[in-house]
Design a protein around this ligand. Structure first.
Ligand code: NCD
Length: 524
């Protein structure tokens, strides 16, 4: 049996597809029983729990449905945190504030909405450690929306609503996402949330300025979705094969920069439905919207409210039942028959990216290269193949960067750019009597993957390593996430070190998931 107590839902994929489907099954049961006024005791949390609702950004539906869902649970102590009059305004950090709130009960569930991105993941880690230090049960965190990043509980209620429309058949969905796909967190959560369907087709409808960020499009494709792009509803309606599920989102004016805001009128026009479009929409189509819709020029005009196209009212109502069930699960009232193995954190060898390479005696580059004017070294390290294949300027810049970040400027050393036999360029740094620590090699791997490190002793190469991009890069003062809305960004003063995980050949921020080239993470 799987118990969900202490689990955090920061991203929709924090719950596996089978856990999500389980939740939808339970929500279906609860909704039916609720509407038939049957007994709902099985959904009630039995053990005492503190449920804290902490919204630092405005909200109506998410906040109020959570308050009502929390009050459904009679044993729960429901607290609505007054963010406006709290120590947030005395510049207290999120971690300190939540550590405190965790102390007021044996087990707490927090529902958190913030402007900054990556906060729920940070709290899960840091407040989890605090709870451990004090013998308190690990708290659960629910992301109620973190900046432009994710909105997993909206995703749960959206997917539940699509399933309901599909008679709970999850074999196929074709969906149009319309509106502000750049800033809208509800559409970003769709990238993984739609994976509950076996076949997925997504049509993205938005002007270029507010189209879906490319890394999300790539991710949808790698999830196996078929993706098409259109720049306006008009263009979409003149194409063939139009979806029956339309998901609108509001223009997120509060998150737009001046340059996009200036074009608001034109952008809005491209994603707003008009009366003359009705005949072109397929029979059986439903419109959805996470709401709110703006009262002036709404994307879904109010004349549609009375029509069978209206799916957004049922969608919003579903939010309550979904959130009751989510709390039932996190409160331990509902456990899941477990057919998938529990995820255990992967024991990874921190240094698996340092790969021993074959030493070819007699032909060692150091000696050959030495003929070009650099004396071969007796003892020490030669870093070779730096930025191989890149332009001479890039090779040079990488050499300089390595020297600067590893502080290799106060030692006897030499460097250069060489043309290899195949015509490509590479850089090297030769360091007599200097050996790199593992931490330095790790830094080197993150600055310039695919270099080789030669350890020279008594004028011959004793060890040789090829170094790859490390699986995780953290704990270095010189790295930074480029997203200014990320909880780790120094501008936000939360004092959280940046941390990246390798996904393919990119580095993704562990908190806000912004993808980076490895050359972008270094501050110097
Ligand atoms: C959305 C949100 O806050 O992300 N609304 C919601 O939670 N129901 C969408 C929006 O603000 O436009």
């Amino acid at each position: 049996m799987k118990n969900f107590r202490g689990r955090t839902l920061a991203l929709i994929r924090d719950f596996s597809v089978s856990e999500q489907l389980f939740l939808y099954e339970k929500a279906k049961e609860l909704k039916q029983k609720w509407l038939n006024k049957e007994d709902l005791d099985e959904f009630q949390i039995k053990d005492p729990v503190n449920i804290y609702i902490v919204f630092v950004e405005p909200s109506t539906r998410t906040k109020e449905s959570f308050i009502n869902a929390a009050r459904f649970h009679k044993n729960a102590h429901v607290n609505i945190f007054d963010a406006e009059h709290s120590s947030f305004n005395k510049n207290e950090s999120y971690v300190d504030t939540f550590n405190m709130l965790t102390s007021y009960g044996d087990y707490s569930i927090f529902i958190v909405r913030t402007r900054l991105e990556g906060v729920p993941r940070l709290l899960e880690r840091k407040v989890g450690e605090f709870a451990h230090r004090h013998g308190i049960d690990k708290p659960a965190f629910i992301n109620g929306g973190d900046g432009r990043h994710e909105h997993p509980t909206q995703e749960l209620l959206d997917e539940f609503t699509f399933l309901e429309q599909n008679n709970f058949d999850n074999s196929y969905i074709k969906i149009a996402l319309i509106g502000d796909l750049l800033h809208g967190r509800t559409v970003h959560s769709k990238v993984d949330g739609l994976k509950i369907f076996k076949n997925v087709e997504v049509d993205l409808i938005a002007p270029e300025e507010i189209q879906m960020p490319e890394h999300y499009v790539e991710k949808m494709k790698s999830n196996g979705f078929e993706v098409r792009k259109y720049f306006s509803i008009d263009e979409y309606l003149s194409s063939s094969n139009i979806a029956r599920t339309w998901y609108f989102t509001r223009l997120q004016l509060e998150r737009m920069g001046e340059d996009i805001l200036e074009k608001e009128h034109v952008l809005r026009k491209a994603v707003t439905f008009r009366k003359d479009m009705i005949d072109k929409v397929k029979e059986g189509t439903k419109f959805y919207h996470p709401l709110p819709r703006p009262k002036i020029n709404p994307e879904i005009p109010t004349f549609l409210d009375e029509l069978s196209l209206n799916g957004w009212e049922t969608q919003a109502r579903n939010g309550f039942w979904i959130r009751v069930v989510l709390l039932s699960m996190l409160g331990g009232a509902i456990t899941m028959e477990c057919d998938e193995p529990e995820k255990t954190p992967m024991e990874e060898d921190e240094y698996e990216f340092i790969i021993p390479a074959q030493i070819v005696h007699g032909t060692k580059g150091v000696a050959k290269e030495g003929k070009r004017g650099i004396k071969p070294i007796e003892n020490g390290t030669v870093i070779d193949h730096i930025a191989k294949g890149k332009s001479t300027e890039e090779v040079f810049n990488t050499v300089v960067k390595i020297r600067r970040i590893l502080k290799l400027y106060d030692c006897d050393s030499a460097d250069g750019i060489f043309k290899s036999a195949d015509g490509s360029y590479k850089g090297y740094i030769s360091l007599p009597d200097r050996y790199l620590t593992k931490k330095e090699i790790k830094k080197l791997a993150a600055i310039a993957p695919n270099t080789t490190v030669n350890i020279i002793k008594d004028a011959s190469v004793k060890e040789k390593y090829r170094i790859k991009l490390p699986p995780k890069i953290y704990n270095f003062d010189e790295i930074r996430c480029k997203n200014e809305n990320c909880i780790t960004h120094p501008k936000n003063g939360e004092n959280v070190g940046a941390s990246f995980v390798r996904i393919g050949d990119k580095l993704v921020c562990e908190y806000c998931e912004t993808p980076h080239e490895y050359s972008e993470i270094w501050v110097i």
